[in-house]
Write a protein that binds this ligand. Structure first.
Ligand code: NAD
Length: 499
C-alpha cells in the first residue's frame, strides 16, 4: 500500500461500505505534521442501529460455524497482517505518531493475538466432571453471548482492537467496532484485512464517530449485551452507569499511574534503560507507562542524574524517520494537558530537572511535540505523582527502604503495571506478592505485555476482567453446565445421593 493521500472512507455495515446516515464527516490528521490522512463518516445512533441489526442477524449463523473454522479465518488474518505489517506500521507512524519500531510492535501484537486466538478454535476448553449420581454425565461448555460492542482508544490502534475482537469472534460472537476518532484509518484497515481473511458479512461491522454519539449508542443499545472498552477512568465510569440499566457485561481497561522501584542494590544501567523505555516510549502514552520512579535514598542522586542525561539524548521527530526516539503526542488537547502538569508540578514544589516545554524547533511546530520531562523531589501525594498525565513526564520520588517503596507504589487509585529493580531475590518476591497491580515486572520496566498472559489492572484500572490469554475467553463467553441423565429414572441431586 502506498502511504495514503487524504481519502474518503465509509462505515462497513452488514457487508457493505456505507456513508453515515446524516452524510456528515470528520477528518483524521497526522499529529506529526498536520497532514490530512482521511475523511470519515461522522455516525450517529441511526448508523449504530443498522450495524447492530446486521451483527444480530449474522450472529445466528456465525455461532454455528464450527470454532476450528472460525479459528482458520483468524490464522489467515494473522498471515495477512504479517504481509501488511510494514504498510500498517508506516500508516501508524503517520496517523497515531508512534515511532516505527513501536508501530511494528503494535502490529506484531495483533499478529500474535490472531495466532493465539486462532488456536482457541480447536480448544475453547470446558470441563467434564464426575456426577454425584450414577448413570449421569456432567460437562460445562463455553457459549457465545451475541453482539459485542468494541470501543477502543487511539494509543494501540491495531493491537487493542485485536485484544477484543479476536477472542470475541473465535468464541462465536459478532462485533460492532468503534475505533477512536484520532485513529480511524487504522481501525478501517484492520477491518478491511479481516474481510480479506474471510470474515462473513455482518460478523464484523465498523462505525466511525465520537464516543458521546456512536460509543454511547452502542452502550445503550438493547441488542448489544457485551461492551469491551479501553479508555480513561472517566469514560469507564460513564459507560458503567449507562450500561447498568440493562445489566450489560462490561469489560473496562482504564488508566494507570505506574511506578518503577529502584532499590539500592539494583543494576543501575539496566534500571536507567528500563525507565527511559517505559517513561518515554510511545511518548509516555501507554496505559502501562512509568510516570513515577521510586528510588531508594542511596541511588536517588545517581539515578536522577543519569535519567536526565539519557532523556536529553532522546531525539524528537516524526515517527517514520528511523532515528527518531520520541514521536508527537496525539493532539493539541493532549499537548496542553501535559504542559499543564508541568505547571502543576512546579507549583507543588517539585523540581523540574529537564524538559517541561513544547518543542517547536526544526519544523516540530507543525506537530504536537513535548520534551521528555523529569521531575525530582516529588512527594508521593503531589498531583503529578497521583494523576494520569499520559505524556512524556515522569516523577522521581525518594524513599528509605523497600517497604516504603511498595507503600508508595501502591498509594494511588490505579493498579495496572508495576516494576522493581533489585538483585535481592527476597525483596523481589515480596514485591511480587505485595504490589497491588495486575502486572509486576522484575528487573524490567512497566511496559511490554505478551498476549498469552492475562492483561489488565486492579483498583480503578478496571472492573475485574482481563484481556488476552485464557482470561479473555471468560469475558466473551458464558458457561453452560450440561447434565445428561442416562439412568432412565428421576434422580434428584443432593437428595438421592445417599442411596
Ligand atoms: P477515552 O476514554 O477518551 O476514549 C476511549 C474510547 O471511548 C474512544 O473510542 C472514545 O470515543 C470512547 N468514548 C468516549 N466517551 C464515551 C462514552 N460516553 N460512551 C462510549 N464510548 C465513549 O480514552 P483515550 O483518550 O482514547 O485513551 C487514553 C486512555 O486510555 C488513558 O486513560 C489510558 O490509560 C487508557 N488506556 C488503557 C489501557 C489498558 O489496557 N488499561 C490501554 C490503553 C489505553
Amino acid at each position: 500500500m502506498a502511504i495514503l493521500g487524504a481519502k474518503t472512507f465509509q462505515n462497513y455495515i452488514g457487508g457493505e461500505w456505507v456513508d453515515a446516515a446524516s452524510g456528515e464527516t470528520f477528518e483524521s490528521t497526522s499529529p506529526a505534521n498536520g497532514d490530512a490522512i482521511g475523511t470519515f463518516p461522522k455516525s450517529s445512533r441511526e448508523d449504530v442501529d443498522r450495524a447492530v441489526a446486521a451483527a444480530k442477524e449474522a450472529y445466528e449463523d456465525w455461532r454455528l460455524v464450527p470454532a476450528p473454522r472460525r479459528g482458520e479465518i483468524l490464522f489467515r488474518f494473522a498471515q495477512l497482517l504479517t504481509e501488511q505489517k510494514e504498510d500498517l506500521s508506516q500508516l501508524m507512524a503517520r496517523e497515531m505518531g508512534k515511532v516505527l519500531p513501536e508501530a511494528r510492535g503494535d502490529v506484531q501484537e495483533a499478529i500474535d493475538m490472531a495466532y493465539y486466538m486462532g488456536g482457541e478454535g480447536r480448544r475453547l476448553f470446558g470441563q467434564t466432571t464426575p456426577s454425584e449420581l450414577p448413570d449421569k454425565f456432567n460437562m460445562s461448555v463455553r457459549q457465545p453471548i451475541g453482539v459485542v460492542g468494541v470501543i477502543t482508544p487511539w494509543n494501540f490502534p491495531i493491537a487493542i482492537p485485536s485484544w477484543k475482537t479476536l477472542p470475541a469472534l473465535v468464541s462465536g460472537n459478532t462485533v460492532v467496532f468503534k475505533p477512536a476518532t484520532d485513529t480511524p484509518t487504522l481501525g478501517e484497515r484492520y477491518v478491511e484485512i479481516l474481510i480479506e481473511a474471510g470474515i462473513p458479512a455482518g460478523v464484523v461491522n465498523i462505525v466511525h464517530g465520537g464516543g458521546g454519539e456512536v460509543g454511547n449508542a452502542l452502550v445503550e443499545h438493547p441488542d448489544v449485551p457485551v461492551i469491551s472498552l479501553t479508555g480513561s477512568r472517566e469514560t469507564g465510569v460513564e459507560v458503567t452507569k449507562t450500561g447498568a440499566d440493562r445489566l450489560k457485561h462490561i469489560h473496562l481497561e482504564l488508566g494507570g499511574k505506574n511506578a518503577i522501584i529502584v532499590l539500592d542494590d539494583a543494576d543501575l544501567d539496566l534500571a536507567v534503560e528500563g525507565i527511559v523505555w517505559s517513561a518515554f516510549g510511545t511518548t509516555g502514552q501507554r496505559c502501562t507507562a512509568a510516570s513515577r520512579v521510586i528510588a531508594q535514598e542511596r541511588v536517588y542522586d545517581e539515578l536522577t542524574s543519569r535519567l536526565v542525561g539519557a532523556a536529553e539524548q532522546l531525539r524528537l521527530g516524526v515517527g517514520w524517520e528511523e532515528d527518531t526516539d520520541v514521536g508527537p503526542v496525539i493532539n493539541q488537547a493532549a499537548l496542553e494537558k501535559i504542559h499543564s502538569y508541568t505547571t502543576i508540578g512546579q507549583d507543588e514544589g517539585a523540581t523540574l530537572l529537564t524538559g517541561g516545554e513544547v518543542a517547536s524547533d526544526n519544523g516540530l511546530d507543525k506537530g504536537f511535540y513535548y520534551r521528555p520531562t523529569i521531575f525530582g523531589d516529588v512527594d508521593a501525594e503531589m498531583r503529578i505523582a497521583q494523576e494520569e498525565i499520559f505524556g512524556p513526564t515522569t516523577a522521581v520520588i525518594k524513599v528509605r527502604d523497600a517497604d516504603e517503596a511498595i507503600e508508595v507504589s501502591n498509594g494511588i487509585k490505579y493498579g495496572l503495571s508495576s516494576s522493581i529493580f533489585t538483585r535481592d531475590v527476597n525483596k523481589a518476591f515480596r514485591a511480587m506478592r505485595d504490589l497491588k497491580a495486575g502486572i509486576t515486572y522484575i528487573n524490567a520496566g512497566t511496559i511490554g505485555a505478551e498476549v498469552h498472559l492475562p492483561f489488565g489492572g486492579v483498583k480503578d484500572t478496571g472492573n475485574g476482567h482481563r484481556e488476552a490469554g485464557q482470561a479473555a475467553l471468560d469475558f466473551f463467553t458464558e458457561w453452560k453446565s450440561i447434565y445428561v441423565d442416562y439412568s432412565g429414572r428421576l434422580q434428584r441431586a443432593q437428595i438421592d445421593t445417599a442411596d
